[in-house]
Design a protein around this ligand. Structure first.
Ligand SMILES: Cc1cc2nc3c(=O)[nH]c(=O)nc-3n(C[C@H](O)[C@H](O)[C@H](O)COP(=O)(O)O)c2cc1C
Length: 152
């Protein structure tokens, strides 16, 4: 689960620690799928695409807009690395809180965002008796979108 921070014609952006497991996976294989599911509404949207890094300017601007405690948390966390004791994390939080009281540390070099540039959308709508509707939009070489249905 990640927070979808931005969506535009350019793609879908989320932010994370660049040392995290998912960031390492994406650097090996820069493709991803997003899945949005609204159970109550019986809707799902799946989006597949290639993944690119956001610019440092974009990442800086978003990082600066985050609450101070979240900025400190980003500095303190070695996301996805083994943590021996909770105290270790709390000590790092205290250290970066003290550093922030002296000066704004800016964005950690290991924290940024990824943009999924879509090449395929699937809109899934629940229907009775499992006869769901699945409408696919596939990006073509000529940059148009081909729409077709697939069996549920
Ligand atoms: C509601 C929710 C929102 C989250 N948003 C983010 C996010 O925007 N970025 C992020 O790195 N992790 C986010 N997380 C934590 C991730 O789900 C995940 O635990 C973390 O990124 C480490 O994953 P990894 O070890 O597979 O890289 C969120 C978790 C929840 C429950």
């Amino acid at each position: 689960m990640v927070l979808l921070k931005e969506h535009s014609r350019k793609g879908f952006v989320f932010y994370t620690n660049l040392g995290s497991r998912k960031a390492c996976d994406l650097s090996d294989n820069p493709h991803a799928a997003l899945c949005f599911y609204w159970g109550v509404l019986g809707l799902q949207i799946r989006i597949e695409g290639s993944v690119e890094a956001v610019t440092s300017e974009e990442a800086d601007a978003y990082f600066a807009s985050r609450p101070l405690a979240s900025r400190i948390g980003a500095w303190a966390s070695k996301q996805s690395s083994p943590l021996e004791t909770k105290q270790q994390l709390l000590r790092r939080v205290a250290r970066y809180t003290a550093s922030y009281s002296l000066k704004d540390l800016g964005r950690p070099p290991f924290w940024s965002g990824f943009r999924i540039v879509p090449t395929r959308f699937e809109f899934w709508t629940a229907k009775e008796f499992r006869l769901h509707e699945r409408a696919v939009f596939d990006l073509q070489d000529n940059c148009s979108w081909q729409r077709y249905l697939v069996y549920p």
